[in-house]
Design a protein around this ligand. Sequence first.
Ligand code: TYM
Length: 335
Amino acid sequence: MEAERGRKTLYSAAQPSGNLTIGNYVGAIRNWVRLQEGNDCFYAIANMHSITVRQEPAELRRRTLEAAALYIACGVDPEKCTLYVQSQVPQHAELTWVLNSLTYVGEMSRMTQFKDKSQKHADNINMGLMDYPVLMAADILLYQVDGVPVGLDQKQHVEIARDIAIRFNNRYGETFRVPEPLILKTGAKIMSLQEPTKKMSKSDENLNASIFFADDKDTIIRKFKRAVTDSGNDIRYSEEKAGVSNLLTIYSVFRDCTVEEAEKEFAGKGYGEFKLAVGETVADKLAPVQAEQKKLLADKAYLAGVLASGAERAFKAARKTLSKVYRKIGFYQGE
Ligand code: TYM
């Protein structure tokens, strides 16, 4: 069958290593929803990445399902894309092993996230933590994708996936499609509410720094009220006003307006009123998503069905690439 014109294959994933935040939504998931129209998308729950830092097994299992339900509640449609759990498709681990032999220890030890996580988990700098970008490259390259919709913090990892693909293709002949990172202009990096020069993260120890999908309205409003801003009083987007700019970005995404429109709306108003409006807008937008997620989680059979059929589709696509890879590198595959 001839491919529909303009139709692309895309891949992305999020880790279930904590409750997802509005940063995940603004920087990535909302783009996944948009891109599933007219493209062939693979969206995974990257539980294999999660175990590179210590996880409580029962919690990891629960969060995996919660993440699946949340993707769907946010608008990821399992009828339109392939939604699955990474560990249910064994080719991810298998391709990682092959790519490991084309990846240098030096380049992995220079990755920003590896350096950050090594500092944060100094008692657990394991091989998986260092190999993390290679597993991510395997995720992407297995599906011969054109693009990878991610937030800014994952750009370096997509770039290393490109480097590995090019390296493999040069050594063994054309095998992998070389993917592009797809990064939104607005909201590619939502900042911490407590330290607005740092990324909002699901693993931040300061719970006031992040808005989680699981937060209730009062909590959301309280966190926004406490958000760190500067000592000025004008609500304007600018580099030296990291806190206010971050809130304007969040507001504009959840209100579906531009940052300029948000600035106009709050011109002459105080920070207190502004923060309250941001909190209310976000809470009101999250409420139906939370309700939908809860409904989905109550129907475990439905979720299991979605994930099983997603894994089956992903398996078929991944098997094709892996078999090609094994042939190219000289792995015996029977007669
Ligand atoms: P993870 O789970 O940290 O984040 C999932 C997605 O959310 C984006 N994101 C943000 N965007 C804007 N502002 C923020 N504060 C923010 N925090 C997170 C991330 O950029 C990401 O797009 N290694 C990946 C998961 C992964 C993956 C892949 C992604 C595994 N395999 C293959 C793409 C392709 C990760 O830990 O994302």
